[in-house]
Ligand binder design. Structure first.
Ligand SMILES: *Cc1c(COP(=O)(O)O)cnc(C)c1O
Length: 373
């Protein structure tokens, strides 16, 4: 039995091949490899796609987060609130800037940041009086939106910067509008495994604020001013390559079809698996970009058994995330010891099944059949 791929970029390449090659040839012909015309074209299309006023492409999702926080001058003495159940990049960036990540628990059903836990954590930081509550990073985990209405309310009441880490979820929508305008700024990633993945690293920032966009453009090119050798601030080398932009333009042509295919696969999994395990709970009034389809097993032993049964049937699976960030060696010293029980529990029994647009109906049926009863 041929093994099923967790992500099948070869199949996708065959599907988009003609358009892709034409776009790459155009770049090879004009040779503007840095900030060439495809970069501006991509930024315009991404902004239009989600209705944001501005899009600034950058070198990765992590750099998008970093540039957004640098623009707010987040640094030593600042507390940045973020979920403990996310990828390390979310927490790494505030630390790199000298700020302190404060880990927040997540909701046991949606896996998104828990606003009750968030309020408690902000209150604790205020009481301790050592750090200034500076920013909240809402993560749209696995393709679904974070609770943006509540997050905006908290950020406004506390006068904090609100950043959307949308690395996994570009293409998803909430209340009928695409993510990209829920926070003061939105960071997206084009890492190959993300819903809108490129063929390497890349990312972008979306915002409705032209002043922020101008800062982002300066920061991604060494803090430059109106002219190239005017250095206004410390920035970074954080641009997206023209070749990568050309690839992403070709991928955008099929992006909505791919999102529809992911949704159809998720529905087939829901229907086929709901009698055997806990299927993902949909966030209300939203559509998912289905970066990840994660189910919950009763406990760690059941998860191991399921993974083994799947492996025997040629079905790959993955664990996002096997450890919450506050238990990782790199962050343990940052954490005040508060228990974050939901994040700790999810890590022991969550399991992701393959979901990518080139999975065939037969393969979807094979995945469902391979899950033990
Ligand atoms: C992938 C990811 C990032 C980082 O994106 P890169 O493009 O890989 O730097 C940040 N946050 C989350 C939640 C991610 O999943």
């Amino acid at each position: 039995m041929t093994p099923i791929a967790f992500l099948d970029l070869k199949a996708q390449q065959a599907r988009i091949g003609t358009g892709l090659r034409a776009r790459l040839e155009a770049v090879l012909a004009h040779c503007q490899f840095v900030l060439g015309p495809e970069v501006a074209a991509l930024e315009q299309r991404l902004a239009e796609y989600c209705g944001a006023a501005e899009c600034v492409s950058v070198s990765s999702g992590t750099d998008a987060l970093q540039i957004a926080m640098m623009a707010e001058r987040i640094g030593p003495g600042d507390a940045v609130f973020l979920p403990a159940f996310t990828y390390t990049a979310t927490a790494e960036v505030p630390l790199l800037l000298g700020a302190t990540p404060v880990f927040v628990d997540v909701d046991p059903r949606s896996f998104q940041i828990d606003c009750v836990s968030l309020r408690h954590r902000i209150e604790a930081v205020r009481r301790a009086g050592r750090l200034r509550p500076a920013a909240i990073v809402g993560v749209d985990l696995f393709g679904q939106p974070a609770p943006w209405v509540e997050l905006r309310g908290i950020a406004q009441a506390e006068a904090m910067f609100l950043l959307d880490d949308c690395a996994q979820s570009f293409g998803a929508s909430l209340d009928g509008r695409k993510l990209g305008r829920e926070a003061d700024a939105t960071a997206i990633s084009f890492f190959p495994s993300k819903p809108l993945g490129g063929y390497g690293d890349g990312g972008a920032l979306l915002t409705d604020d032209p002043a922020r966009a101008k800062l982002y453009r300066s920061l991604r090119t060494h803090g430059e001013g109106e002219t190239r050798y005017e250095v206004l601030r410390i920035g970074m080398n954080g641009r997206l390559d023209t070749l990568q932009a050309a690839i992403l333009l070709a991928k955008l042509d099929v992006f909505d079809e791919e999102l529809a295919r992911r949704e159809a696969i998720a529905q087939a999994y829901d229907a086929g698996l709901a009698d055997r395990l806990a299927i993902p709970v949909r966030v209300r009034d939203s559509s998912s970009a289905w970066a990840v389809y994660s189910v919950l097993l009763p406990d760690a032993a059941a998860r191991t058994a399921t993974q083994e049964a799947l492996r025997a049937a040629g079905v790959p699976s993955a664990i996002y995330y096997p450890r919450p960030l506050h238990h990782q060696p790199a962050y343990r010293d940052q954490h005040d010891g508060t228990a974050l029980p939901v994040s700790e529990d999810l890590a022991t029994r969550i399991l992701a099944l393959p979901i990518h647009p080139d999975l065939t109906d037969d393969e979807v049926a094979r995945v469902i059949a391979a899950v033990p009863g």
